[in-house]
Design a protein around this ligand. Structure first.
Ligand code: ACO
Length: 429
């Protein structure tokens, strides 16, 4: 097979090298396309474009395969912890025992926020969306750690910034919740590991310590791990794009949080639960909503279905569905929304509209049922996604630096007026 592709423009043929990943996938390297052919490439939504070289996450959407640094997601979700998964994604290797205990110790050491940051929360309206607070507060960390925001930090500075961020994001998340319910902020405890500490800051009060059911800790840990990375999705590409201008890690991640918020991306988990609640309030008539989603004249979509890359069952959704079942059983909760979700999925999988378009449940479809059972309010679901996704964002930001990637700067197909001349306001019609 030739290791180049030929592109003919205006009768002239030009060769472009084909590069191959370790997964065997081939890409045409079109660097120099404009120079050689006089044309740019056009790929709306980057659906056919590899934007970088990456060794972090392997994803095969047709087969439903997801691996972090080569390790199958099923093994990691089953056997690892969130802190260990973060170490793996960021450092490329599973940690040794001493490395892991040092990593965990640093997370606890850096968990609490600078006292000055508390005043920010006071200024937000209690109805403010937690994602707005999260992205702003993550960016605000840049102001509190100016020594960590150099354009070209050392490896040690990057390591500390990553730990500050990983440790503090759950504290910020918990503070946004406390702010909205009007309770005092809780400090992290030195004796608790990552997930338990988050639950403590969320649900303990000065007079009552929250003691979670082990099934809650296990379900939350699994969700965070399953969200930890997903190669070049919208928010990760945003982090890489912002980082490519040498913006600091806090600012780059803050931009990623904003990208995640959208309902077509991480914001879908909130929308799924709202949709299930709406179907429930409407008498549980799933057929009605399936028909609405299939109607081309109706913009309504079944939230939690479909994926740009997975054209098969999202392996994370399978795992989460089982976890949701286990958690509700362990807590003795009967949630009619789970029944609606299962019924909806069964019908969708048999429906030719969804089959033809290869639309399967995605990671967001069942996650809201777990968050709800834990007691996390609906508008915080995407915040939970952001906590989970943080190790991936950090790993990609570091990789971008290591690969010395160029600043992101796509071209466009211009569709506007070519040239017009200014008309004074009193002469305009
Ligand atoms: N419900 C109904 N129809 C759908 C859905 C859905 N959830 N998703 C896609 N379709 C249809 C589209 O209308 C389109 O139909 P057409 O070919 O007749 O025009 C076709 O399937 C292809 O859809 P696109 O929007 O072109 O697919 P794309 O890859 O651009 O979008 C996306 C993927 C955004 C995830 C889409 O499936 C969607 O909107 N899903 C609902 C939101 C959601 O769950 N997002 C979370 C994704 S996972 C994550 O980000 C963590």
């Amino acid at each position: 097979m030739p290791d180049y592709a030929k592109i003919t423009v205006d009768g002239q043929t030009h060769e472009f090298p084909i590069v191959q990943g370790t997964d065997g996938n081939r890409s045409i390297d079109i660097s120099g396309l404009k120079e050689k052919t006089g044309c740019w490439s056009y790929d709306q939504g980057f659906a056919n474009t590899a934007s970088c070289r990456s060794s972090i996450t392997y994803l095969d959407g047709d087969q439903g395969i997801l691996r972090y640094r080569g390790y199958p997601i099923e093994e990691i979700a089953d056997k690892s912890t969130f802190v260990e998964t973060a170490y793996l994604l960021i450092n490329g290797q599973l940690p040794t025992k001493p490395q892991l205990s040092e990593y965990s110790r640093l997370f606890t050491k850096h968990a609490n926020l600078h006292e000055g940051m508390k005043s920010f929360f006071l200024g937000y309206p209690s109805t403010g969306h937690p994602m707005a607070m999260l992205s702003a507060m993550v960016c605000a960390l840049s102001a509190y750690y100016p020594e960590l925001v150099k354009p070209n930090p050392t490896q040690e500075e990057i390591k500390i910034t990553a730990i500050e961020l990983l440790a503090k994001i759950r504290t910020i998340a918990a503070c946004t919740y406390k702010k909205t319910i009007g309770e005092p902020f809780m400090y992290a405890r030195a004796d608790l590991e990552y997930v338990n500490n988050f639950l403590h800051m969320m649900f303990s009060t000065p007079t009552q310590e929250y003691s979670p059911d082990p099934a809650v800790v296990s379900a939350l840990k699994t969700l965070l791990i399953l969200h930890a990375d997903h190669e070049q999705n919208c928010s990760t590409s945003t982090v890489r794009m912002v980082g490519s201008s040498w913006s600091n890690l806090f600012a780059s991640v803050s931009a990623g949080i904003c990208a995640l918020w959208g309902p077509l991306h991480g914001g879908a988990n909130q929308k799924v639960l709202e949709m299930l609640e709406q179907i429930h309030a409407d008498g549980g008539n799933t057929d009605k909503y399936i028909e609405k989603a299939k109607d081309p004249a109706n913009p309504f979509r079944l939230m939690g279905f479909g994926h740009r890359v997975y054209k098969n069952y999202d392996p994370r959704a399978k795992f989460i569905k089982k976890k949701a079942d286990d958690l509700l059983n362990a807590l003795g909760i009967h949630d009619p929304l789970l029944e609606i979700a299962v019924k909806l999925e069964e019908k969708v999988l048999k429906d030719s509209y969804f089959q033809e378009r290869k639309l399967y449940p995605n990671v967001d479809f069942y996650s809201g049922i777990i968050y709800k059972a834990i007691g996390i309010p609906t508008d915080m679901f995407t915040v939970m996604f952001a906590i989970g996704r943080l190790p991936g964002w950090i790993a990609h930001w570091i990789e971008l630096k290591e690969n010395k990637d160029k600043i992101g700067r796509p071209r466009q197909i211009y569709t506007g007026e070519m040239v017009r001349h200014y008309v004074p306001i009193d002469q305009r019609k």
